[in-house]
Design a protein around this ligand. Structure first.
Ligand SMILES: Nc1ncnc2c1ncn2[C@@H]1O[C@H](COP(=O)(O)OP(=O)(O)O)[C@@H](O)[C@H]1O
Ligand SMILES: [Mg+2]
Length: 271
């Protein structure tokens, strides 16, 4: 029994083994991702950075089970992913709020869909907690069309977190937020993911965001994407998201990551 749990702990949560992906577009075959090897341990926070079009969203889509790899394998808990991966909460790049539902009922939709629906009063309490957490108190009955881009993102975040998934896939979740609110959200996310020992794969354009949150930062090359470098973040956690960026370790890691990334960004064919 004990041996089983030790084996379980040693099995990566997420594993890409020589996983590549091609797309057929306008009659042409395009390689989006070269074969990639990447393992994410349970409760690890990994950030993916890289130029537009290098395959970051494709990686998340494969882990979510929305896309299969063209070659290689993508596994979750050591098993190949077949069909939708229900162990993950996925906050996609485009928010997919339901326009006919208000903020509270967009956030609560996951509880209605869950296999074991929860009593209404409990669901309402959870929704209220999430609304508070993402700073949307007072907007419960607003519809998506009445919200700013940043507010819509916060609704999408609350909707993903309320499900309490063991793994979070997040695709540039805070890109539309202003700088101060972004820091508040980073702080909340750090707190929640540590508290719930979540595994996180987080795509961002912002190196500061990656260093603030991640145990490891993966730098990808321009399309067709491959892993150019992986850096550990040697900063003691939990950290003060408001101050950490002024420390010398933070600055030197930021510089090292930028050195890896800058050539790739200028190579990016989408620029
Ligand atoms: N469904 C699709 N059909 C055709 N091409 C696609 C599709 N999805 C992604 N691609 C292409 O694959 C490459 C990687 O896309 P994506 O993973 O979205 O990149 P990123 O998230 O890093 O910006 C891009 O060149 C994109 O145009
Ligand atoms: Mg993307």
């Amino acid at each position: 029994m004990q041996r089983n749990s030790a084996a379980e702990a040693a099995t990566p949560k997420i594993q890409l083994l020589g996983a590549s992906r091609d797309f057929e577009a306008r009659g042409r075959r395009v390689q989006a991702l070269q074969p990639i090897d990447l393992s994410v341990k349970k409760a690890e926070f990994v950030a993916l950075v890289g130029p537009s079009g290098c395959g970051k969203s494709t990686i998340l889509n494969m882990v979510a089970g929305l896309l299969g790899p063209t070659q290689g394998r993508v596994a979750y808990d050591g098993q190949p992913i077949a069909g939708l991966n229900r162990k993950v909460g996925y906050m996609t790049q485009k928010d997919t709020l339901l326009p006919w539902r208000d903020v509270a009922s967009n956030i609560g939709v996951a509880l209605e869909l869950k296999c074991r629906p929860m009593p209404r009063a409990d669901a309402a309490t959870k929704v209220a907690q999430m609304i508070e957490l993402v700073g949307l108190k007072g907007f419960e009955h607003h519809y998506p069309s009445e919200l700013s881009g940043g507010m819509r993102k916060r609704v999408a975040l609350a909707r993903t977190l309320i499900y309490e998934p063991e793994t979070l896939l997040m695709d540039e979740p805070f890109a539309a937020l202003d700088a101060q609110l972004r820091l508040v959200m980073l702080d909340q996310l750090q707190f929640l993911t540590r508290l719930r020992k979540m595994t996180v794969l987080f795509v961002t354009h912002d190196l500061g965001e990656a260093i603030t949150l991640a145990d490891r930062v993966v730098v990808m090359s321009a399309r067709p994407g491959r892993i150019r470098a992986i850096r550990n973040v040697p900063i003691q956690r939990p950290l003060d998201v408001f101050k950490a960026r002024f420390s010398p370790e933070f600055a030197s890691l930021h510089e090292a990551l930028w050195d890896e990334l800058k050539d790739e960004v200028t190579k990016g064919t989408d620029l």
